[in-house]
Design a binder for this molecule. Structure first.
Ligand code: PLP
Length: 362
């Protein structure tokens, strides 16, 4: 019997549990475009209350939530201040420009985090030559930045600065509950000074799909209009909202296990010769590590691991990412680390059929 794949590509690969499927099957539904879906309405109210905001809108994906927020806050020709590693900059198909005519002015933060010193001088003066600086966007946890967690005080400094400049603040909280698990603050505390926040259900929370955007009533009204415009109006979406409610009630506390598994994987992999990994950089469920070029490329290592039963993503020529989640155990991650060790010691630099695509945002 072949052993099942250990899939560390992303926390988006999880399959709904039997109990979640039961919640999905039993959901009360209606037409959400008419605001008639009681389960969607319940979810929106529940998350708005939890995050201390006036309104929320359920939608298909984190990308859609972020793009709805961009549209809600900005007009054509406006500009967003955002870290260079962020999902909105790199992995949303140029959506801010394509859908809303908005440009992104990138900041060189650290691990996806930036501070007031990085923002000083970045608001453009009122002058017809310039775009209008409108929004600051924060990603927590950071994805490509390395799964880093924003400290609460830093978030508040950045948000206060933005508001003092007359800017709005969006939080891409695709993994907000991971941040909360690691950060020692509540979701409500973290987003207190944000104008809008997107949260994904299809990542660590283990749902088949879905994201929610929360904020003040006017921003969410505009975002709901953008959702329709972007083709994201939902009908009997209560089935997916039921999964999200189930996840909020049952899958948040367990995120600590994913973080501990990520740490265990990182500790094991960090001792392999030729691997560059600082265990103290691992703050949530994402583990990024480098491999020395003399060993081969990340794509080659990832291709060899695939043959041995482990999937993980290459994130550039020498960088890989492993992501822990609901569907991998401690034994799985330790086995995966052992297989990385095996592959490194056997050598993979001559492998010819390595995947060439380094897409691995999720
Ligand atoms: C930080 C962040 N924001 C947004 C998204 C987009 O989510 P989706 O894949 O649901 O569009 C992702 C997906 O990985 C992400 O990591």
């Amino acid at each position: 019997m072949t052993s099942p794949m250990i899939d560390l590509r992303s926390d988006t690969v999880t399959k709904p549990t039997a109990a979640m499927r039961h919640a999905i099957a039993n959901a009360e539904v209606g037409d959400d475009v008419y605001s008639d879906d009681p389960t969607v309405n319940r979810l929106e109210q529940m998350v708005a209350e939890q995050l201390g905001k006036a309104a929320a809108v359920f939608n298909c994906s984190g990308t859609q939530s972020n793009q709805m927020a961009v549209r809600a806050h900005c007009a054509q020709g406006d500009e967003i201040l955002i870290d260079e590693s962020s999902h909105i900059v790199n992995y949303e198909a140029g959506g801010a420009a394509a859908l809303s005519g908005v440009s992104l002015r990138v900041l060189r933060g650290r691990g996806g985090l930036f501070d007031v010193a990085d923002l000083e001088g970045m608001v453009r003066p009122d002058n017809p030559h310039y775009s209008i600086t409108r929004l600051v966007s924060v990603e927590n946890t950071t994805n490509h930045g390395g799964g880093r967690v924003w400290p609460l005080a830093q978030m508040n400094r950045v948000a206060d600065w933005a508001h003092d400049q007359g800017l709005q603040v969006h939080v891409d909280g695709a993994r907000l509950f991971n941040a909360v698990t690691a950060g020692g603050y509540s979701a409500r505390e973290f987003v207190k000074n944000a104008d809008t926040v997107s949260v994904c259900f299809s990542k660590g929370l283990g749902c088949p799909m879905g994201s929610i955007l929360v904020g003040d009533a006017e921003s969410i009204r505009r975002a709901r209009r953008a959702r329709k415009l972007f083709g994201g109006g939902l009908r009997q979406a209560g089935m997916m909202a039921a999964a999200a409610i189930y996840a909020l009630e049952h899958h948040v506390e367990r995120l600590a296990e994913d973080h501990a598994n990520a740490r265990a994987f990182a500790e094991a992999v960090s001792t392999i010769d030729g691997v560059q990994l600082n265990v103290s950089d691992v703050e949530s469920n994402l583990v990024f590590f480098g491999i020395e070029p003399k060993l081969g490329t990340a794509a080659q290592l990832s291709a060899l691991l695939l043959k041995r039963g482990v999937r993980l993503n290459s994130m550039g020529t020498q960088r890989l990412r492993a992501c822990t989640h609901l569907d991998v155990s401690r034994a799985d991650v330790l086995r995966a680390a052992e297989l990385v060790r095996e592959c490194v010691s056997e050598g993979f630099g001559n492998l010819k059929d390595a995947a060439t695509s380094a897409y691995s945002a999720r």
